[in-house]
Design a protein around this ligand. Structure first.
Ligand code: F6R
Length: 243
């Protein structure tokens, strides 16, 4: 696990966007999996900008959405669908065959999980995964207690996830379950980047890096991955022992 620190959010977002743009340039059929949310928002904007400026051919890469709130329609502005359509798919005019998101309204959510697992297997695995971290240490909707071997699954959301998650919505929403790509797939991903910024993430970043590896603190799995990167700003790094 490598720690990559930056002064601020703008710099860490620039680094991440550069890395992804260069990776697509070098491997046009790259498979990228990303979380939505506040942390990767600027990375998405900069990625679109850099791909266009550098005239990178992005017509062959595949985009996978890490997760989705179960029961939310894709037009809900707090959904992961909405986020990726507005930030990535529409600005880049990606073909619908290039991106795969969970349908959180499906009657058969297990089938949605199997579909995602099959896409990942058929593509030969994920090249780059870019994730955030929740205030309970979750990654995607891999909540505390999730097996490190899990593939895509439906999760009962933790109370912290349900309350913190309200920030994405214009009015209070009842959140119960999430659907997510699992840690079995994260462990098989070639390179995994966990991004975090701001002092509110300092404690969870300390536990991720310095705490025990345990399923009760999901992000600790990063310590087990052979090519994992913790991409943080000064505030998120502020309580690390070796800071
Ligand atoms: C969202 C996701 C979540 C977030 C995490 C941090 O698609 O996968 O696990 O990454 O809750 O959210 P932010 O970045 O909003 O602090």
């Amino acid at each position: 696990m490598q720690i990559v620190s930056f002064k601020n959010y703008e710099q860490l977002s620039g680094y991440m966007a550069d890395f992804i743009a260069d990776s697509i340039k070098n491997k046009p059929d790259l498979v990228l999996c990303m979380a939505s949310g506040s942390t990767p928002a600027l990375t998405c904007d900069l990625l679109v900008q850099k791909l266009k400026e550098r005239q990178v051919d992005y017509s062959k890469f595949t985009f996978l959405g890490l997760d989705e709130w179960v029961g939310l329609p894709p037009f809900n502005t707090g959904s992961c669908h909405y986020f990726f359509h507005k930030k990535i798919f529409e600005p880049l005019q990606l073909s619908s065959s290039q991106f795969f998101l969970f349908n959180a309204l499906a009657d058969d959510l297990k089938r949605e999980c199997s579909k995602m697992d099959k896409v990942i297997a058929d593509k030969g695995g994920i090249d780059i995964m870019v994730v955030g971290i929740g205030m309970n240490g979750h990654i995607g909707f891999n909540e505390p207690g999730t097996s490190f071997a899990a593939l895509s699954h439906v999760a009962e959301l933790d109370e912290i996830t349900k309350s913190v998650g309200q920030k994405y919505f214009d009015e209070p929403v009842e959140l119960g379950k999430g659907i997510t790509i699992g840690f079995g797939q994260l462990m098989n991903t070639k390179k995994v980047f966990l991004m975090a910024n701001g002092s509110k993430k300092a404690e969870v970043i300390k536990k991720t890096i310095e705490g025990p590896v345990t399923e009760s603190f999901p992000a600790s799995i990063m310590q087990n991955h052979p090519h994992s990167f913790i991409v943080i700003d000064e505030e998120a790094a502020s309580v690390l022992s070796k800071n």
